[in-house]
Design a protein around this ligand. Structure first.
Ligand SMILES: [Zn+2]
Length: 180
């Protein structure tokens, strides 16, 4: 930050703060001398700095615009782990992501861990979405999705759901489904 300010021609003192922006985060037994800003304090903290004379000076100097222009669009530290279809454990995850769904009663699946029941249709559609995100180059076919959902739906069920939610392309064995 110091280097960047110098490069941009600003000579300003810098104050550092430790800021937690994840609203679900809580640090228990934080040391009292830790000058951290927690999610619940964030709004007040921002309002406080907005109203300082320094903030007015910064606005005049157009520093904010310059910093914004330098924001990286893509995170260079982002790393997507490599994986193959074969390595991936098949099945439909419960919406809470804690466990896999298994057949419960006609048209319903149940989560082994939290007991949540879900309609086969919404569960399989979520499965198809996840499949598409993880393997964007693979085609959506009845067989692939039956395999992907690992017991979540029969061929007949999967075909019905795909036919009514996706557009069918091609014929016979070469047919696959695409988002409408
Ligand atoms: Zn669950």
């Amino acid at each position: 930050m110091r280097g960047l300010l110098k490069e941009l021609g600003f000579h300003l003192p810098i104050k550092s703060h430790l800021i937690f922006i994840n609203p679900g985060f809580q640090l228990y037994q934080a040391p009292l001398n830790l000058s951290a800003v927690f999610p619940s304090q964030l709004k007040r903290f921002l309002e406080k700095i907005k109203n300082t004379s320094t903030a007015a000076i910064l606005r005049n100097m157009k520093l904010v615009e310059q910093l914004n222009a330098r924001c990286l669009k893509e995170n260079p530290y982002m790393r997507i782990p490599e994986f193959t279809y074969r390595q991936w454990r098949k099945g439909i995850l419960c919406d809470s992501g804690s466990s896999f769904l298994t057949p419960f009663s006609l048209g319903y699946l149940i989560c082994e861990r939290c007991g949540l029941k879900e309609k086969v249709d919404t569960a399989i559609l979520r499965g198809v979405n996840e499949f598409k995100i993880l393997f964007p180059d693979r085609k959506i076919t009845t067989n692939t999705i039956v395999d992907w959902c690992d017991g979540g739906g029969s061929g007949k069920t999967v075909r019905r759901i795909l036919v009514s939610n996706y557009e069918k392309k091609g014929r016979g064995k070469a047919s696959y489904y695409q988002r409408r």
